[in-house]
Design a protein around this ligand. Structure first.
Ligand code: SPV
Ligand code: MG
Length: 436
């Protein structure tokens, strides 16, 4: 009787297949049957950008690679839970984890394999073809409207909490797209972008009163779409007339925008952060429900989201009014709700979140903590929020920076003193590849 084949565990994302991965599979095969632990979206999303392909699509590809005996989901970033569950005879990994952020994971894996009486096989890293550098290359290729559109729902499924940042130009969006900082628990970045009516209007020198029309806003959005891949949530203001909103939905959807948020106000829209200093008239509930419903019927895919924004607290009404509206809007088909307030205490928002979560465990809940910004993301997530939007910070940051430089030049009658306030010329030339 032949000896039972050994099992060799190989954890992977499986989004980008390259010779380095094939090499590891081939090496693994020499030692036994290769069991691929394919990382789920949720396992990846907490640490890295979401793969371009869904888990199912990735599974179908990996299963058919010669040398792969079986594919199982790896639901955690760490290999350890699967190693304990499948008890392989060996785990195989590229030796690049000897340094850098994966070092700690390597130590854990060695400890577990020792405990299980198994072995760790390290394969020399294939230079120049690792997933991270290919990821960079993919980013420069871009994405498709379909992949981008789906990304928000996939992220909501994969992560309990998303961090969205305002972008009003290609340049500001590039920062949101690329910036990552290292934290103890891995890399931290933004999950997507907010296309804000306030910053789109302000950057055009116009008030935030729906005076910048959709066509104009889409021209700006196109710049963002062209240089980024992350999902976009569009500030749809009041959504306009119901008969017009259906076209807005289709236009956004066709462009790969993931969601539109519309607010339940009527009349001349004024920015919410004015609160009751200005007239804020709420839309009758049935009328707003019809608008949501018309939008839901107009969308072509199942992935596009229409999020209903509750302006009760902005207009001076109590949490109970917001709750009544939330119930009606969810029943009308809203894919999520956003609750807004200009109070700095956050108490009204916290009260709403508590009540909403008691009634709706899973409906996505969006917060825009511009005024109650003392609370951390962790605290807001604890209240039940799924999405936090930093709604205007990139534009607000740029204004004082530009003012300071302009003042410095005026004061000195030359730009030498302003240089230290500006990005170096070399940096601006190299920021966008392909200029040379
Ligand atoms: C925006 O960013 O345009 C918003 C959020 O709608 S707020 O300005 O707070 O109303
Ligand atoms: Mg707005």
């Amino acid at each position: 009787m032949s000896e039972k084949r050994k099992i060799v565990y190989l954890g992977m994302r499986g989004d980008i297949i390259h010779p380095g991965i094939i090499n590891i599979i081939r090496e693994g095969e020499k030692h036994g049957d290769v069991l691929v632990g394919l990382l789920t979206d949720a396992a990846i999303a907490a640490h890295k950008r979401l793969p371009f392909l869904s888990y199912e699509q990735r599974r179908q590809i990996i299963e058919r690679i010669k040398g792969v005996a079986r594919v199982v989901p790896q639901k955690e970033w760490s290999y350890v839970p699967n190693l304990r569950e499948y008890k392989p005879d060996a785990i195989i990994h590229g030796d690049d984890w000897k340094s850098g952020p994966e070092q700690k994971m390597r130590e854990e894996v060695f400890a577990v394999m020792k405990e299980l009486g198994g072995e760790v096989i390290e394969v020399p890293y294939t230079r120049g073809v690792d997933s991270s550098s290919l990821n960079e290359a993919m980013r420069s290729i871009g994405t498709t409207p379909d992949i981008r559109l789906k990304a928000l729902r996939r992220l909501l499924d994969a992560k309990p909490f998303l961090r969205i940042m305002e972008a009003h130009s290609g340049l500001s969006a590039l920062i949101v797209e690329r910036l990552e900082i290292a934290k103890e628990d891995g890399m931290r970045g933004f999950d997507g972008m907010w296309s804000s009516s306030l910053t789109d209007s302000t950057s055009k020198g116009k008030p935030d009163i729906e005076a910048v029309d959709l066509t104009t806003r889409l021209q700006g959005l196109t710049d963002i779409l062209e240089c980024t891949t992350k999902p976009i949530i569009f500030d749809g203001d009041t959504g306009g007339k119901r008969e017009h909103f259906v076209f807005t939905v289709r236009t956004l959807e066709r462009n790969g925008v993931s969601a539109v948020i519309i607010e339940d106000k009527i009349g001349l829209k004024k920015n919410s952060l004015f609160g009751t200093e200005v007239t804020q008239e709420l839309c009758p509930i049935p009328e707003f429900c019809e608008k949501i419903n018309a939008g839901k019927h107009a969308q072509v895919t199942n992935d596009f989201m229409i999020i209903a924004r509750l302006e009760s607290l902005i207009a001076g009404f109590p949490v109970s009014d917001a709750m009544e509206r939330a119930r009606a809007y969810v029943a009308a088909g809203a894919d999520g709700v956003m609750i807004h307030s200009k109070e700095t205490s956050g108490e009204d928002i916290r009260a709403f979140c508590g009540q909403f979560r008691r009634e709706y465990e899973h409906v996505p809940l969006v917060l825009v903590p511009t005024t109650y910004n003392r609370y951390t993301e962790q605290e807001l997530a604890g209240w039940g929020a799924n999405i936090v939007i930093y709604a205007n910070h990139m534009l607000r940051a740029s204004y004082p920076a530009m003012m300071q430089v302009a003042e410095t030049i005026l004061t000195n009658g030359r730009s030498l003193e302003a240089d230290r306030l500006c990005m170096p010329i070399k940096q601006i030339l190299e920021l966008i590849p392909g200029g040379k």
